[in-house]
Design a protein around this ligand. Structure first.
Ligand code: SAH
Length: 447
């Protein structure tokens, strides 16, 4: 009969920042347990050779442990490291990259210290919040990890502070104007989620009301009252999602107020961002990330640059000032459309914007590039893309990745022909376990 409660010491952390205890023949993952801490742990459940436990009593505390600012940080699932000093988190992120490179890529190269954020709170420029009825009240917050039960939350320490007042106002207007939140069980009600995007360099704020229907009673009055109470909102969009799905946004959208997008800028270049555009969530750190990537590959006026997985064209447009020309390739149509407008608005002419799958593009193109900056999604790139990249033969590559595991896997396709010059993690997601890394690769001299 397996133990229900055990006592052990945290000897490692998982790729999601959970503490690991090795106990007899079992590995136990424990939320919130810091490296070196000794704890009494209750086993919650067991699956496929691992057990999940929760701390019953801390017997020896880490010197790095702090009291979380956020009262619900242990249940919300958004943050992992609210209970530790920031240096602890940065050390963890560096080790996570080192471990992934070694274990998955069999690559043993030094990893630089993570570039952290000066003030590691209130950085997120995009939030998506579900709404639900709770008796006489309406609640909003976060889904408890792996459930659809909302944990009400009025104060989040990683979101832009301006978003919170807007959510409070939306809730009070929904109550007074009798606009029902969506009910997943019988698929009734109106408002499913509210998405808010805030601009860092401009005063722009976008509110997206994700609704279960095309229109709803008092819609115009609702928007009017919302703008009156929160005059910092510059645009309101209705996104219609009638499907029974976990995907937050539907296809169809109507602009109810303002221009339907917000502006922000990165390193002096302006961008229009719509509800669905991918845009880096940490506007302060993104400038550090991109500048570091440019410095690592050392762009020159003779270079032809490929910006692969280019989103709204952020990297390519900023880099266009330093190179001969840029080609941006992005699959998502709305992001590509934003990119076209962004290039025009910024008067950038040495740019070629392509709406295509990166692999299809690189396998078939006749263009040759001197430098490639690739910013692949979490699932990484494809063997076909990476082989085509080697064949294309740029002298320098910067691979930016938010997933050390797929990064390590993908690098194995490049290391025969390219030398890893530098591995530089940059903290884009403070207080969470998410880890962003730039790897600079230089083409090896042919012997
Ligand atoms: N470089 C951008 C976006 C990076 S996120 C920035 O920093 O803002 C990754 C982007 O890759 C997303 O915009 C996503 O839509 C796009 N993408 C995902 N799979 C793709 C594919 N197979 N081909 C082209 N683009 C893809």
């Amino acid at each position: 009969m397996a133990n229900k409660t055990i006592t052990g010491v945290c000897s490692d952390l998982t790729s999601e920042g959970k503490g690991v205890i090795k106990f007899i023949n079992e590995t136990i993952f424990v939320d919130g347990l810091l490296l070196g801490e000794k704890a009494e742990v209750e086993i919650i459940y067991r699956t496929k050779g691992v057990a999940y436990g929760k701390i019953v009593r801390l017997i020896e505390k880490s010197k790095d442990r702090i009291e979380p600012l956020c009262k619900i940080s242990s249940s919300c699932g958004g943050c992992t490291f609210q209970n530790a000093i920031y240096e602890y988190e940065l050390k963890y992120k560096k080790k996570k990259v080192e471990d992934a490179l070694k274990r998955i890529g069999h690559i043993d190269v030094p990893v630089n210290d993570v570039i952290g954020m000066e003030d590691a709170y209130h950085y997120r420029n995009k939030i998506q919040v579900p709404f639900q009825r709770n008796g006489k009240d309406i609640i909003y917050g976060f889904y408890k990890a792996k459930t659809h039960k909302i944990i009400p939350n009025d104060e989040c320490y990683i979101e832009d502070i301006r978003a919170r007042d807007i959510l409070k106002t939306i809730k009070s207007l929904m109550l007074s104007m009798k606009i029902e939140p969506y009910n997943e069980d019988n698929r009734s009600g109106v408002i499913r989620h509210v998405l808010i995007r805030t601009s860092y360099h401009y005063e722009d704020i976008m509110v997206v009301l994700v609704t279960n229907c095309d229109s709803f009673a008092s819609r115009n009055n609702f928007v009017k009252a919302l703008i009156e109470r929160c005059p910092n909102i510059t645009t309101v969009v209705q996104n219609i999602n009638k499907r029974d799905t976990n995907v937050i946004l539907g296809e169809e959208e109507k602009t109810l107020y303002g221009r339907g997008f917000i502006r922000d800028s990165i390193l002096g270049i302006n961008f229009n961002i719509s509800s669905k555009s991918f845009f880096q969530v940490n506007p302060k750190q993104v400038e550090i990330l991109y500048q570091k990537a440019f410095d690592l590959v050392g762009l020159t006026k003779n270079d032809r640059l490929l910006d692969a997985y280019s989103g709204v064209g952020t990297i390519g447009m900023i880099a266009s000032q330093y190179v001969k020309d840029v080609t941006c390739v992005e699959l998502e149509k709305s992001a590509h459309k934003n990119a076209v407008k962004n290039a025009k608005d910024n008067g950038i002419e040495n740019i070629n914007l392509i709406n295509e799958d990166c692999t299809d593009y690189l396998v078939n193109t006749d263009d040759k590039f001197d430098v490639v900056i690739m910013d692949a999604p979490r699932k990484g790139s494809t063997p076909e893309f990476l082989n085509a990249l080697v064949k294309n033969g740029p002298s320098k590559i910067a691979y930016i990745s938010c997933n050390p595991a797929t990064l390590a896997r993908d690098l194995t396709y490049l290391v025969d022909d390219y030398e890893i010059k530098e591995v530089q993690p940059v903290d884009m997601f403070p207080r969470t376990y998410h880890t962003e890394t730039i790897v600079a690769l230089f083409k090896k001299e042919k012997k």
